[in-house]
Design a protein around this ligand. Structure first.
Ligand code: ZN
Length: 256
């Protein structure tokens, strides 16, 4: 067995900073002249660094964990068969150090698992919201479809009035808009919904063409999150829609 094979086990302890006394001196002396052991030490130190980072980032590669654990297991098997070289208290100190690091190592893995569970929970709650949005879309598309019967109750003899209802969540930029009794438009025109922010110009919030019964909807138009709305308004625009209103609003919202 060559010199650096004999010292290979001590390298893991050396990389962890727990090797002391004569063993440490011997490893350091050997390292000065042995490139193979130098690069093995670099690898082991890289593993230790990865373990330290593993609370905030990705799991350390399983390979690195296995290698360090294997080194420690190897040390455990070897320790009792060569009690002559070390004084007992050095060995005890080394093992206390190694045990502390092993405990820290499992603590890091545990923390990493907790973080992972947290991420999984967030991902599944985001999936839930996504699913609710899909259900809302389906419901609204059914309610504004040609099969839906609409009843508008108004004072006797008053004609049904065009009406729009917008529900808006500024935090996520989620918008659902339903309109009823909208006058039919010529084919080259379309209704456009506008988010009127607390300050600044109207923001396009989707276009819609009412069906034969005068019902229309805009669900989940692409709006940036966090815009505070003063109100919503509707204009009649060319059929491709506009980036800024080209006519006076025919309907303007009041907070309900
Ligand atoms: Zn060597």
């Amino acid at each position: 067995m060559s010199m650096h094979e004999q010292l290979a086990d001590d390298l893991a302890l050396y990389a962890l900073g727990t090797l002391e006394g004569d063993d440490r001196v011997a490893v350091e002396a050997h390292l000065r002249d042995c490139p193979a052991c130098q690069s093995e030490l670099e690898r082991l130190r890289g593993d230790v660094a990865l373990l330290a980072f593993s609370t905030s980032g990705a799991r350390p590669p399983a390979r690195s964990r296995e290698r360090l654990l294997a080194e420690m297991a190897r040390e455990a098997r070897r320790a009792p068969v060569r009690p002559t070289r070390k004084r007992a208290w050095w060995t005890a100190l080394q093992w206390a150090g190694a045990a502390a690091i092993l405990a820290l190592f499992f603590l890091l893995i545990r923390q990493n698992d907790l973080l992972r569970q947290q991420v999984n929970r967030l991902e599944s709650s985001s999936a839930n919201q996504q699913q609710q949005l899909v259900q809302a879309r389906q419901l609204i598309s059914a309610l504004s479809g040609p099969d839906a019967d609409h009843f508008v109750l108004v004072a006797s003899k008053a004609p049904p009035q065009p009406q729009g209802r917008a529900v808006y969540l500024a935090k996520s930029g989620t918008l659902v808009f339903l309109a009823s009794n909208m006058p039919v438009l010529p084919p080259e025109k379309i209704y456009e919904l506008w988010l009127i922010p607390v300050s600044g110009s109207p923001i396009p919030a989707g276009v819609f063409r009412p069906n034969a019964k005068g019902s229309g909807s805009v669900v989940g138009p692409p709006l940036a999150p966090g815009i505070q709305a003063k109100t919503f308004a509707i204009t009649v625009e060319p059929k491709e829609g506009s980036q800024a209103p080209t006519s006076q609003p025919i309907m303007v919202g009041t907070r309900g």
